[in-house]
Design a protein around this ligand. Structure first.
Ligand code: KIV
Length: 264
């Protein structure tokens, strides 16, 4: 079966069908999420704090995201795979943005890229789209700007709302096929979603976005301190710890491996 494409997202927006996007950082999880029917897998730079042990997304490199994206593409068959452009791989020039994105498409097999920012990155978005690279925007609490925001805080309250609306319109005009709205008031996300002809994908942005995205470790209950906007569908951290603990006890008591788990 063919993979989902950016055209499917446009059709879902038009028909009013809400859709899901989930992060993935490796091939095993990608295959599970693909099997579960997740139509869009985002190889987010949230791999920095959820997979690589960093405090935030800033240290993540392009080479790291290429490796992770390649694994996610290999592990999935049906999902549209979008890769993040990490901090430092697109801001300085359209040339840099093009070179980084081309690597994600050629070396990893990603179907498109996501970058953070509005008006300030529209030149890059235009250049990528003109080169045939689908671009997803990202506005609101953009984690690569956490130092400028002074922490992970709701953005777009009061007078700042107009700025985010302006950024969203600029991204749409530059050719972005969708925009992630992160940690903004639900009312503002609703207004942006109703104003734009391209889909919005919310995370901590309320129910009125066209799609919703979560970080997979939050959804599975692996994250020790999950954000308020996420929902854990499993308590995987505890279940895994208990399973590993049982195996350690079996090794220590001499009951693993059994004869059945050994060879003559
Ligand atoms: O890096 C990421 O996983 C993201 C999502 C949270 C939208 O940008």
């Amino acid at each position: 079966m063919a993979r989902y494409t950016v055209l499917d997202l446009a059709a879902w927006k038009k028909s009013g069908k809400p859709f899901a996007m989930l992060t993935a950082y490796d091939s095993t999880m990608a295959s599970v999420f693909d099997q579960a029917g997740v139509p869009i897998l985002l190889v987010g730079d949230s791999a920095g704090n959820n997979f690589l042990g960093h405090e935030n997304t800033i240290p993540v490199t392009l080479d790291e995201l290429i490796s992770l994206s390649r694994a996610v593409v290999k592990g999935s068959e049906r999902a549209l795979v979008i890769s993040d452009l990490p901090f430092g791989s697109y801001e300085a020039s359209t040339q840099l943005a093009l070179e980084s994105s081309i690597r994600l498409l050629k070396e990893a097999g990603a179907a498109g890229v996501k970058l953070e920012g509005g008006v300030r990155v529209c030149e890059q978005v235009r250049a990528l789209v003109n080169s045939g690279i689908p671009v997803m925007g990202h506005l609101g609490m953009t984690p690569q700007s956490v130092n400028a925001f002074g922490g992970f805080k709701v953005q777009g309250r009061d007078s700042k709302a107009d700025e985010i609306i302006k950024d969203a319109l600029a991204l749409q005009e530059a050719g972005a096929f969708a925009i992630v709205l992160e940690l903004i008031p639900a009312k503002l996300a609703k207004e942006i979603t109703e104003t734009l002809s391209i889909p919005t994908i919310g995370i901590g942005a309320g129910i009125n976005c066209d799609g919703q995205v979560l970080v997979w470790t939050d959804l599975m209950g692996l994250t020790p301190k999950p954000p308020r906007f996420s929902r854990a569908y499993l308590n995987l951290r505890q279940e895994m710890a208990e399973a590993v603990g049982r195996w350690v006890l079996d090794v220590e008591s001499g009951s693993f491996p059994s004869a059945k788990e050994s060879f003559d």
